[in-house]
Design a protein around this ligand. Structure first.
Ligand code: HPA
Ligand code: ZN
Length: 347
């Protein structure tokens, strides 16, 4: 396929936002080798090539992805690791013209390995502050419950986060899916809502009972966004509900080494055209061929032949679906509108 250079430059230079990216999914093969050496980790791979081969050979599906993901994440140990990884990521955001990002992190996976919540938070938040000053990239943090862990462990995480309540914007949920996981965490979400957190949850694609999970996230957990959530395409009533609630879906059309193009483009297109507020996100950019946001948006545009106006709409959805204050949102919306107007794109 020939690359449309004008479209590519338009996408690359556009001021962007991202709402679904896991800090732990940004460890490049080189970073994995550096961290495992500096932390004396018995890491199963000794070269960039070996790591790339392991990525290429992951079994398809969520479990295959996560089994590899957690081996990689085990190389992070110290406050400095969390700082370095987060700062590297935010520098890459700047290179992608991402001006605002909401970042996920997985406290329970780390505390279960003996890394305190305080150390994780300190490293991550120092990097976020440094990035704001040095790169002009603004960020907010969302801590995720690991769905396969006990409810008590999720409550413990809320307690550990309490001193940092005003520096963590939201609560999310990720990791291995269990049948009817939203019902399991109802009380945790009620508590988090009382504490003032914004709420979201992963509802991954191509997993059992996905439609019920999305419905329960909306009606039982009272989430304000759904991460992934693309199986909604199979339920017209659910599509209607998502549109009526102006609910943001954070789609992640990642591409694995064996995929011909980004996954789920048809589902995304159908939902987008029916008026669902879909955003495009990279999820775990070091673990997929799609990588970071500019490249992913270029691949999505090529795969679905979206117009410039449609590409602006996807990015606008991310700004308006973000958890910024109305004034901060408006500043970015104006910036994007000016960018579109200066490229003769009528919104
Ligand atoms: N789904 C579930 N768990 C995850 C993901 C995801 O997309 N990324 C990192 N952990
Ligand atoms: Zn995710």
């Amino acid at each position: 396929m020939t690359i449309n250079q004008d479209m590519k430059t338009f996408i690359e230079n556009m001021p962007k936002a991202e709402l679904h990216l896991h800090i732990e999914g940004t460890l490049s093969p080189q970073t994995l080798l550096t961290l495992s050496e500096r932390n004396n980790i018995d890491f199963p791979y000794q070269s960039v090539e070996a790591i790339e081969a392991a990525l290429a050979n992951r079994p398809a599906g969520l479990d295959g992805f996560l089994d590899h993901h957690y081996i990689a994440v085990s190389t992070m140990k110290t406050e400095a690791d969390f700082y370095d990884v987060t700062l590297d990521l935010l520098k890459t955001c700047q290179q992608n013209n991402i001006v605002y990002i909401e970042l996920f992190f997985d406290p329970q996976f780390h505390t279960s390995r003996g890394i305190s919540f305080d150390d994780q938070f300190s490293g991550i938040s120092r990097a976020c502050e440094q990035s704001r000053l040095q790169f002009g990239v603004q960020s907010n943090l969302i801590m995720c419950i690991n769905r396969e862990r006990p409810v008590e462990s999720a409550f413990e995480m809320l307690e550990q986060a309490r001193p940092y309540r005003d520096q963590i914007i939201g609560l999310g949920m990720d990791s291995y899916e269990e049948l009817n996981f939203p019902l399991k965490f109802k009380e945790v979400f009620q508590q988090a809502k009382k504490d003032g957190y914004r709420l979201t949850s992963h509802c991954d694609v191509d997993v059992p009972n996905s439609l019920n999970h999305i419905w329960d996230c909306l009606n039982v957990l009272e989430v304000e966004r759904v991460d992934h959530g693309l199986m909604a395409v199979d339920d017209p009533k659910l599509i209607e509900e998502l549109v009526a609630r102006n609910m943001t879906l954070t789609a992640c059309p990642v591409r694995r080494p064996t995929d011909p193009g980004p996954q789920d483009l048809d589902r995304i297109k159908t939902l987008f055209e029916q008026g669902v507020k879909v955003t495009i996100n990279t999820d775990d950019p070091a673990e997929f061929e799609t990588g970071y946001l500019s490249n992913m948006l270029v691949e999505v545009q090529e795969g679905s032949q979206y117009s410039k106006k449609e590409m602006v709409k996807f990015v606008m959805n991310a700004f308006t679906g973000s958890w910024l204050s109305d004034t901060a949102k408006q500043k970015y919306v104006d910036q994007l509108q000016e960018y579109a107007a200066s490229h003769q794109v009528q919104l």
